[in-house]
Design a protein around this ligand. Structure first.
Ligand code: SIN
Ligand code: MN
Length: 221
């Protein structure tokens, strides 16, 4: 077997993922993606994305916003869920029905019944966006999954283990992909190493130009 063919095989092989991590590759086709992104554009208009202050006083590199009864936020008091946009003072807009239904269906496809997300964190990555390795632990009940939708350019997701120092596996998250972290996968460390400009199959006003949009649906309360 030639080296080129071997390389191709590795490139297309499904990555081996740890228990509790499910990747639904290309779950949303072009028309579904467009519809969900149209709904997201309404959310962005109602709840303008902003840059978050970390406890240290530094600003986070990505812009974010939320929809749902609760939204994830941070300032000098630390990370927490709050019920309104800190800039406009208005309650977060509701999670659009199509998006909420899609998140519930994706959870069901991964064997999780009864997921009822009350929070959707919207992360907007510019071409140079990234996210440090972290665990999602501000939610009330880790028995519920984190359901993530990716749109726009590929994000190289870094999937670690239960400890920060554990080995990290790179995993490309592409336009239309869904990732579900549940059960033994729920508390794994994860982050986003980088965005790969030029890989998005389609532009949309809800996706930062040359960037990536990620939505994570959570049960916060
Ligand atoms: C997150 O961990 O909140 C976002 C992950 C991603 O952008 O894929
Ligand atoms: Mn996270």
């Amino acid at each position: 077997m030639g080296a080129a063919l071997q390389g191709d095989l590795f490139a297309t092989a499904a990555p081996a993922l740890p228990p509790g991590i499910a990747l639904l590759r290309g779950h949303f086709g072009p028309a579904d993606s467009r519809g969900l992104l149209d709904d997201m554009a309404d959310v962005l208009a109602a709840a303008p994305p902003y840059r978050l202050r970390l406890k240290s006083g530094a600003f986070m590199i990505n812009r974010l916003t939320n929809c749902g009864a609760l939204g994830w936020h941070s300032d000098e008091k630390g990370y927490r869920y709050i019920d309104r946009h800190p800039g406009t003072g208005a309650p977060w807009p509701p999670i659009p029905a199509r998006l909420k239904q899609a998140a519930i269906a994706a959870a069901e496809a991964c064997g999780v019944a009864g997921f009822d997300p009350d929070a959707c964190l919207v992360n907007l990555y510019a071409a140079d966006g990234r996210m440090n390795l972290h665990q999602d632990h501000d939610e009330a009940d880790f028995g519920w999954p984190i359901v993530s939708f990716s749109f726009g350019n590929d994000g190289i997701f870094a999937l670690g283990g239960g400890r920060r120092r554990d080995r990290v596996q790179p995993l490309a998250l592409r336009h239309g992909d869904v990732l579900v972290m549940h059960g033994p996968g729920r508390m794994l460390f994860h982050g986003v190493k980088k965005i790969v400009p030029g890989t998005a199959p389609a532009a949309h006003p809800a996706i930062p130009p040359e960037g990536r949009l990620n939505l994570t649906f959570r049960r916060a309360a």
